[in-house]
Design a protein around this ligand. Structure first.
Ligand SMILES: [Fe+2]
Ligand SMILES: [Fe+2]
Length: 421
């Protein structure tokens, strides 16, 4: 049991009775045309009285959270086990209609089934409701998804969700690089812009989000921090999965949030995890970019020197609603470009913008500039990362049709990075 799950739960319980959203609220600044009426056919498996289907948070080797919102009476609980006989039960805590269950005592690297109840009444069960625990550092074969800018107002995020759940192999977890919910990151918009269209992802694939500028438009302490259950301060945090270390950062509205503390924490976290086989970092605003967004000096000045020093393998961002992959960069300059797109021991960090998970920028093409290895504009897409021993394959596909957009491969002759540069 990781301590932060307990901390998150305590923080959650200390929140005064919160406004329940149920997807009925509307923010005041949208020019959207939501397709609220369209529901996934799988929603038929959700019982009346349900307001938000279960979503997984904080997946670890031996525990996970299951969160849902329901008005149904009766003691809220999750039954879970390695078969649909379940066998174990976790009683949830409640805050209004919001329920949080901590599932403990799980076995690493194991697929579980679960169902959600209110008293004796089953609210959600079926083939959708499964999850797989982290197998731990000995595991050198896994995959995850990356996308960003998903919580669209036009319903396009649904196509990306359908593509993710149809992927073979299925991603074991995902990271979201900000702009999770448009237009203001408000709790009132979470259900219709993310939780419902992404239900089939969220109930079976744990996601780890980072804040984007739109998520900052409503006070994070009353919105973001209510919807997510994340380690550390929920703005910048890290976690391990298999033999890799993941770091989420917060670039606020284009500047580094809580700058001194975040940069200091980042350096300490990189130092403490410098022997991880792989290090992936994700946040919202790209630093160096040739997309329609401008370079971000705060990111370049504060983060990139640390990525260089600690040999971060790949950085994922969003914000630009397009796809861009740069050649490896070290100390602000391109290195090893001649190896593209199959790198052996690249001497720099690879930066990828995968920001078209729900939004797609049109009529403002990415320009070809020095560091650009590959870009693709005007198509909805998402990225899947496969680790297989000392090889990392990063494949980006179109959300509709699954056509491959880009693939880059990194192979290391030696996994351990040992010392900072
Ligand atoms: Fe965005
Ligand atoms: Fe953004």
């Amino acid at each position: 049991m990781r301590g932060w799950i307990t901390s998150a739960l305590i923080a959650f319980l200390s929140v005064s009775i919160a406004l329940l959203t149920g997807g009925s609220g509307r923010s005041d600044d949208d020019d959207d045309d939501d397709d609220d009426g369209k529901r996934s056919p799988r929603m038929a498996e959700i019982a009346p009285g349900y307001m938000r289907a279960p979503y997984l948070q904080g997946m670890a080797q031996d525990s996970t959270l299951v969160v849902w919102v329901a008005s149904a009476r009766g003691e809220p609980a999750v039954d879970y086990g390695v078969t649909t006989d379940y066998g174990r039960t976790a009683v949830a805590t409640s805050d209004g209609d919001r329920r949080v269950a901590v599932l403990r005592g799980l076995m690493p690297g194991t697929r579980y089934h679960y169902r959600v109840r209110a008293g004796e009444r089953v609210l959600a069960q079926g083939p959708l409701y499964t999850f797989e625990t982290d197998a731990g550092p000995a595991d050198r074969s896994f995959n995850f998804f990356v996308t960003a800018d998903v919580g669209d107002t036009k319903g396009r995020q649904r196509r990306t969700a359908e593509s993710i759940v149809a992927a073979d192999p299925r991603p074991q977890f995902g990271v979201l690089c900000g702009d999770i919910v448009y237009g203001r990151g408000s709790s009132a918009d979470y259900d219709r812009r993310l939780m419902r269209p992404w239900m089939e992802v969220l109930c079976s694939i744990p996601v780890w989000p980072a804040l984007g500028n739109h998520d900052w438009k409503s006070a994070p302490q009353d919105n973001w921090e209510r919807e997510w259950y994340l380690p550390h301060n929920e703005h910048y945090y890290s976690f391990d999965y298999a033999n890799a270390h993941f770091i989420a950062l917060d670039t606020n509205d284009g500047d580094v949030y809580d700058r001194d503390n975040q940069v200091r924490w980042l350096e300490q976290d990189l130092e403490a995890n410098r022997n991880a086989d792989w290090i992936f970092v994700y946040y919202h605003h790209p630093g160096i970019t040739c997309t329609y967004k401008e370079n971000n000096d705060a990111v370049i000045d504060n983060f990139l020197p640390l990525f260089d020093r600690y040999r971060v393998d790949v950085v994922f961002t969003g914000h630009a609603h397009t796809y861009e992959r740069l050649y490896p960069i070290y100390q602000g300059a391109v290195v090893d470009a001649e190896q593209d797109p199959r790198y052996k021991d690249p001497k720099g960090t690879i930066y990828i913008v995968s920001g078209a998970g729900g939004k797609v920028k049109e009529n403002d093409p990415t320009s070809l500039c020095g560091p650009t290895a590959f870009f693709r504009d005007e198509v909805l897409l998402w990225t899947q990362v496969f680790i297989e021993d000392a090889t990392c394959t990063i494949r980006t596909v179109e959300s509709q049709g699954g056509r491959k957009v880009d693939e880059v491969v990194i192979t290391k002759t030696e996994l351990a990075r040992k010392t900072p540069r």
